[in-house]
Design a protein around this ligand. Sequence first.
Ligand SMILES: [Zn+2]
Length: 796
Amino acid sequence: MGVPLARPADRALARPYRRRLAAAASLITLIAVGAAVLATLRPPAPVPADAPADEFSAARAYREAQVVAAGTHVAGSPANDEVRRHIEETLRGLGLETSVQDTIGPEAGQLSGGAGGAALARVRNVVARLPGTDPTGRVFLVAHYDSVQVGPGGNDDAAGTSAILEVARALTAGPRPRNDVIFVLTDAEEACLCGAAAFASSHPLATDGGVVLNLEARGSTGPVIMFETSERNADLVAAFGRAAPHPVGTSFAVEVYRLLPNDTDFTAFLDEGFVGLNSAYIDGGAIYHTPLDTVDRMDRRSLQQHGANALALAREFGAADLTDLGAPGDATYFPVPGGLVRYPGWLTWPLALLAVVGVAALAWAARRAGRTSWPRLAAGFGLALLPVVLAPLVAQLFWWAVTAIRPGYAELLDPYRPVWYRLTVVASAVAVFFGWYALLRRRTGPAALAVGGLAWLAILGVVLAAVAPGGSYLTALPALAGALAGLVALRLPVDGPGPVLAVTAAGVVAVVILLPTVVLLFPALSMAMGGVAAFFSVLLGLATLPVVDLLHPQAGGQRAMDALRARRRGAVPTFAAALAAVVLAGVGLTVDRFDADHPVPTHLMYALDADTGQARWLSHEADPQPWTAGYVDTEASVGGEFPALGDEPLRTGPAAAAPLPPPRVEKIADTAANGLRTLRLRLVPERPVRLAALHVETGNGAVTVERATVAGRPVSDPVTDPAQRWGFGIVFHAPPAEGVEIELVLRGAPGQVRVRAMDASDGLTGLPGFRPRPAGVGIAGSHSSEMVAVARTYPV
Ligand SMILES: [Zn+2]
């Protein structure tokens, strides 16, 4: 193939000096806008303790967090009673009507019965009311005060709890709001969202619903992201954009969150028809649910953002007419420097289709202007897919290699110092992208590749409009901006500054929209899904391709020697980015080593079968760490002996039996009528435990549980799993010492039926054969870490 002759139109910026100047100006603009975007995502400075009384001060809230997270305080523990008393006293001290809702909570979003079992808990929610002057409804500020079983919950959720105490203080210091404001500090969120479910479904103040602001933390730092809303959120999002001083939120997060296996108290409120907003900071996820989630690891800037937003929103909704929150649709929204852009959801499809039309028009106009041809456009379209596929692949391979070198990452939500690995992913995406462009630019032509890239963005915008409408803006708007810029550039004099200005403007749109996405996706999805961030990095590259092109010498028209030199120059950014990726990966592996302060997480639990007297160690680790391997050596499912632990295969190894009493099952009543047998049982733990479970032997469907009542509360939709030996189960968290009464109505069980009782406490210290972890070996952030389970079968 010969070097094509330059057409007159291709002489734009042909003089190298002007071309370099244009490239520099355009790039500096994009970098400046990128810096402004990153600054928007930075949480604000903490406000000191001597700030005016009606302001939110992270310094004041932090003191509350220190009390709340002084120690591990799992639901039902004496430590949790202490925390609750402190919250009660604090709210009462502010002059608020404060009470404790002491009840049995069902699991939120529950799937009753089955192998794991329907979860319930004894919960004690602290509820305080600030009566409004002329209420139109209620505003609920919600956070959970319980912690996980192995750590103090210094962020999760001492951040939300302390922020709400400080918001309550600031609200009572100012004029009273029009609407009731209810402060709800829930219990047993970690166990089953049971506190929130109990409040939302049965508290007198909850009967009319209202606006919920839920405050969470899934890490220790980073911007507070408003990541979940109720449906038909246009009015709520408008209020968020108007009132929140630091509004970081995107309608795309709502879509991403739906794909993640996470739930918060907010789910329980949504189930009961409440509306509202859910916010959390999520970076620094390595400590999540571990003993390292201590309050001194909390980034007080994140706390400031959490509380300042919550206070402003409480005031906003506190003053609003809450009967008038009925906007019909969802909004699309995303953060930009200086605020939040939002527009109604009905614009999603028109904008997505307009982007497609715009790119098609650009293709037609570019061909007509002699910049490209139909075959080249077709080639550009096909080839633009290469980096989109390749860069995520490289990112995933990179992480696969890193976890092969450092298997301890498998049990971590995110590395302790993830920034180097994130930069590696970005650098490798840049290398793939530049390499692709350097190889294909001359053969296919800049115009064809630019249009091809925009075409994929536009198509993706349509796909997202169909499957995840809140995310359509991510690609539709940059595609539309790119198409419009291209159409404008084609009409402007080629030797003037017009075309460069036009493509730079489109680049600004792409940076503003896609850069926050890349930055926020890393902590949201963690390194294990770094490919998604690489994917959006490449889309950002494609959307700014005409600017990237300015870095390369003018295409076409060079003599052979120049062409060779140009090709060499085109390879420079590729090699620079690839080198950067290698160096950054090396720095990551060097800097993020496991040590005493950043221990390798390990998962271990202990289970004693009181029928046989046999005990065993169990671990979730797929590839056990050396420390864990000292306890477990084989793989097995323990669902037969410990149905509450599920059927998943675990690592297991023999352990010495500890003198631990199993839970007791007492029969209170046993009646039969109409082919149904009603059993009333009492399940009594014989030691301090976090949970007690009861499973019924249903013999693969021979027996079914028609109805079940736990502590007087009916289990909704009890399900008997016909594929299981223990096909029906109940898991009760924070059981009282006197035990739990369970009533079962059984079909197909005329004679004796067997039940399996299990309870579980936390902490392996003191068990025979257990050696404390050495420095550098830590506890994995799992709800079953350090669990000590004891089970026994009873015929009834
Ligand atoms: Zn949690």
